[in-house]
Design a protein around this ligand. Structure first.
Ligand code: PGA
Length: 244
């Protein structure tokens, strides 16, 4: 794993944007894996800026998001579908036909997961997957002890994840307890992975990821087995790592 340390969140967002835009411009039909949450918001703002400057186009791009809450309508501002439209898709030249996000209100969730996997296969592999990390080491909604052989599935959220995500909801009771998430094996099949880590509250998770064995207790540790991972982390996120 290659680690790029940058000063702060703005620098992380700019660096991640250059990284992604370079790949999009290199590839003929890029397939991107995208993430939601606070971490990639700055990246998406930077991408919109680059798009407005005419430096990147999404006409040939296909995207697959990592996850979606179960039981939330796409029109709900807390859905990841809404997030992606609001933060990125509505501001660039991507066709919504080329955008895939699991449907958390599908009548048959198991079938939805199977069809999501099939759609990824049909698009070819994901060229570059953007990831964040949970304070508990999760990637996507693959919480500690999720099997490394998992594929897209309905995942139960840990209490700590529900608590962390409650900042977006009126009350903790409103936070869904389940989500559809790409599995760990699905994520590992991406050709390249870009992991973004920002802030002091992720410093422990980064240090653990770098020092622990590859173990299902720390889902992100599986990335050590991938041959093409770049981590961009800001100083605050590196604060514990730099003491080890
Ligand atoms: P965050 O979430 O970017 O909102 O911190 C990341 C994650 O939980 O995977």
């Amino acid at each position: 794993m290659k680690i790029i340390q940058v000063k702060d969140y703005d620098a992380l967002s700019e660096r991640a944007c250059s990284f992604l835009v370079e790949r999009i411009n290199e590839l003929e039909n890029p397939v991107l894996g995208l993430a939601t949450g606070s971490t990639p918001e700055g990246l998406y703002k930077q991408i919109i800026k680059k798009y407005n400057q005419g430096k990147v186009s999404f006409q040939q791009v296909k995207t697959f998001n990592l996850d979606e809450y179960v039981g939330i309508e796409r029109t709900d501002p807390n859905s990841y579908y809404y997030f992606m439209k609001d933060k990125l898709f509505d501001h660039i030249d991507i066709s919504l036909d080329n955008v895939q996000i699991p449907n958390g209100i599908a009548p048959d969730l198991r079938q939805e997961c199977e069809e999501y996997e099939e759609a990824i296969q049909a698009a070819g592999e994901i060229d570059i997957q953007v990831l964040g990390i949970g304070a508990n080491g999760h990637i996507g909604f693959n919480e500690p002890r999720t099997s490394f052989t998992s594929r897209t599935q309905v995942a139960d959220l840990e209490a700590s994840t529900i608590e962390a995500n409650s900042r977006f909801f009126h009350s903790i009771e409103e936070v869904p307890t389940q989500a559809i998430s790409m599995g760990i094996e699905t994520i590992m099949e991406s050709k390249e992975i870009l992991l973004l880590i920002s802030g002091e509250n992720k410093a422990e998770a980064l240090a653990t990821l770098l020092t622990c064995d590859v173990t299902e207790e720390v889902p992100a540790s599986v990335l050590k087995k991938h041959s093409n991972v770049t981590i961009i982390a800001d100083e605050a996120a590196c604060s514990v790592m730099n003491q080890v």
